[in-house]
Design a protein around this ligand. Structure first.
Ligand code: PGA
Length: 251
């Protein structure tokens, strides 16, 4: 059952107290005003336990923004998928372009992280997307396809159905430059076709594919109106309850 999802990615913003406050604010807004989509918030690791206590996860799912590519052991500073799970969180964002660009995460590492997330019954929100030079060189379809193939196509159809994809053109992230609804739909349809070629149409039709990159209350509706856009992964606009609610209300 394909779900519409609006997921927030707080990135490295909000200290613990501020984060819990924002989570409580969202909990109160959304319990009074039931969303027509699944809502998720992706918080820093140290917030997870408290945020899980502050929200009803049937209303607001809680997500980490990363997990380690190792199960456990001598990996100073890392946080395992099992640890994320033990906080009560249900999701983990993987392969965000900032992780790929600043922390050297490639498709092979992301393949391992995906396996560990699934093993620990976390839902991966798996990010893919091209940089500006790749789009300008007309390589964006190939890049996105190889990101999916190399990190995810080893999965069985049953496991693939547990993944949420987020297409985030890197040139649109935090830049105020959004992909046009047509550009988003074109890529989302391509992604769904890529999934259908591998796993069949039935599986492809079940996967939620979110759009990310400068999505805000003023453009969410026209982006989400596209048949293959099943919601958004929201950075900047997820840091204020009012803006985030404005995007959720697009459904
Ligand atoms: P943005 O970030 O909404 O601030 O562009 C999106 C993301 O990086 O997930």
């Amino acid at each position: 059952m394909r779900q519409n999802i609006v997921a927030g990615n707080w990135k490295m913003n909000k200290n613990l107290q501020e984060g819990v406050e924002l989570a409580k604010e969202l909990q109160s807004i959304l319990s009074a005003n039931k969303p027509n989509c699944r809502v998720v918030i992706g918080t820093p690791f140290i917030h997870l336990t408290e945020v899980c206590k502050a929200v009803d996860q049937d209303l607001i799912g809680v997500s980490a923004q990363n997990c380690a590519d190792q199960e456990s052991g001598a990996y100073t500073g890392e946080v395992s998928a099992e640890m994320v799970k033990s906080t009560g969180a249900r999701y983990v964002i993987l392969g965000h372009s900032e992780r790929r660009a600043y922390y050297g995460e490639d498709n092979a590492i992301l393949k391992t992280k995906t396996d560990l997330a699934l093993k620990n019954e976390l839902t991966p929100i798996f990010c893919i997307g091209e940089v500006l030079e790749e789009r300008e060189a007309d390589k964006h379809f190939d890049i996105v396809k190889s990101q999916i193939e190399e990190a995810l196509f080893h999965l069985s159809a049953d496991d693939f159905k547990k993944i949420v994809l987020a297409y985030e053109p890197v040139w649109a992230i935090g830049t105020g430059k959004t992909a046009s609804p047509d550009q988003a739909q074109e890529m989302h349809a391509f992604i769904r076709k890529t999934l259908a070629d591998k796993y069949g149409k039935e599986v492809a039709d079940e996967i939620s594919i979110l759009y990310g990159g400068s999505c805000k209350p003023s453009n969410a509706k026209e982006l989400f109106a596209n048949p293959d856009v099943d919601g958004g992964l929201i950075g900047g606009a997820s840091l204020k309850a009012e803006d985030f609610q404005g995007i959720i209300a697009a459904f």
